[in-house]
Design a protein around this ligand. Structure first.
Ligand code: FUB
Length: 330
């Protein structure tokens, strides 16, 4: 059997957390930009001390040129900035491009910023304030008809455990193992794309056997961070990282709000603590963009952007891909 082909997309730099979309006839990649900042590693992710974003584009995913369009937004241009530009995403509406990014404010709380451009290649001009009512990290956008849905959330350093019912709580905590897992959130965006049009709602992932929400102690399957949403054959595929068990998993539903029924593992662990991805169709093929730490020899804060083809079986199940932690991928 032929070995699966993987490609490192930006061999000269460290890029992670890819969000990928097709705009016009090109494919655009919006990653986080890792660098050696010298901040020591801890469970809050302080070592992910990113300070700018680049955008890349290509018209041939596995073999063509990957063009670096340069810096499209940097932390010193954002008036409310504290630190740490983590996973962003971009949507197009009426010829304008909207970049949604998580950044800690001056009180070290993650908020969502929006920056606007006239081209997918930027530059993106940040709005003066974060989005009202925004919190946590890892924003991902689904355009569905005329509506745009934003998925978000992340445990531990992503601060999701600080909120219940969209309000900050005094004593941040994870749920007990037997309780339903803390869910990611989804909110429809306003007409002008600059605010939430509604209060964020929980994204519930159900156990296919019991029909109950996955439990907080179910670390192999429950949501941790890295939301992504794509559609396949009219179904909504919500995918995410399980964090401390290092898997990319997915669940399927009938509408953008869910609930979603757990289906399986898309990507087994890669080299490095984090795993994060996006799934996109381009020129008739499906791709899994992700990252690992093979080129940096396992330095978990220096991640490299990677892609491979993704396939479905006849029932629409995603065929599991073996990550670099358990294979001999170069
Ligand atoms: O890149 C910083 C954080 O690491 C992201 O927000 C998470 O998804 C994880 O990849």
């Amino acid at each position: 059997m032929k070995d699966k082909e993987f490609r490192y997309l930006v061999p000269g730099d460290y890029m992670a957390d890819p969000s990928v979309h097709v705009f016009g006839d090109r494919l655009y990649i919006y990653p986080s930009h890792d660098w050696e900042s010298g901040v020591p590693e801890n469970d809050n992710g302080d070592h992910f001390n990113m300070k700018d974003y680049h955008v890349f584009s290509t018209d041939d995913v596995m073999h063509g040129e990957v063009k670096d369009h340069g810096v499209i937004l940097s932390v010193e241009k954002i008036p409310w900035a504290g630190r740490q530009l983590w996973d962003c995403d971009v949507a197009e509406k009426d010829g304008k491009y909207y970049l949604y990014f998580p950044l800690k404010d001056k009180n070290d709380i993650f908020r969502m910023g929006v920056a606007v451009a006239n081209s997918p290649e930027g530059p993106f001009i940040p709005m003066p304030d974060p989005v009202r009512g925004s919190y946590s990290i890892d924003y991902a956008i689904l355009k569905d008809g005329d509506d745009y849905y934003l998925y978000f959330g992340g445990l531990w350093g992503g601060q999701l455990q600080r909120y219940r019912d969209n309000k900050a709580i005094e004593n941040p905590h994870l749920e007990d193992d037997d309780a339903p897992a803390l869910p990611p959130r989804v909110a429809r965006l306003s007409e002008d794309m600059l605010q939430f049009a509604e209060e964020p709602r929980p994204v519930i992932i159900l156990d296919p056997v019991t029909g109950e929400p996955l439990k907080a102690g179910d670390n192999q399957r429950r949501f941790f961070e890295a939301s992504w949403m794509h559609k396949y054959n009219g179904k909504y595929y919500f995918s995410y990282s399980t964090g401390d068990t290092h898997r990319i998993c997915y669940a399927v539903g009938d509408n953008p709000y869910g609930p979603f029924t757990y289906k399986g593992c898309i990507l087994t662990p890669v080299v490095g603590w984090t795993t994060h991805h996006s799934i996109v169709e381009y020129k008739g093929k499906w791709y899994l963009f992700h990252h690992d730490c093979v080129p940096s020899h396992g330095k978990t804060w220096l991640r490299s952007l990677k892609v491979c083809e993704l396939e479905y079986d006849k029932e629409g199940n995603i065929i599991t891909i073996e990550g670099s932690a358990s294979s001999n991928q170069a």
